[in-house]
Design a protein. Sequence first.
Length: 158
Amino acid sequence: MSAVKADQTARQVYLHPGQIFATADPAVVTTILGSCVAVCLFDPVSRVTGINHYLLAKNPSRGTDNARYGDTAMEELLAAMGKHGAKVDRVVAKMFGGACVLPVMAASKFRSIGDQNVEVAKKFLESHRIEIAANETGGGRGRKLVLDSEGGAWIKEL
């Protein structure tokens, strides 16, 4: 998986929390993560790339689509990629975010929002037999994520 070639004009996208983006065209997607999680999916055959950015693990209004929640954002991401020709049995994943950015939560006996967000993504990917090729989650600091449409991803801790 290489970076977008210099002779291609890549679309620049900033992904806000609660958004999903999928494309078969050259693109560079940037987002900022704290306790939120971004799951990046890539189909190496169709060259389709997708990413979500969700805030909380479970949608309290199950049955409604809402990309702010991991359980529905994961489903929506796969569906969006499928519209571009991706096949779930070829997709590989990279996961980022899920930090515990509030020190009081780190000392708590309760699981942090970040931990809950990571767990939802892992369970979803496992249930769909999607390999996790990279996983940089947890910790106590936010991250800036840059994803290119060829499947490359870079992280900078904030």
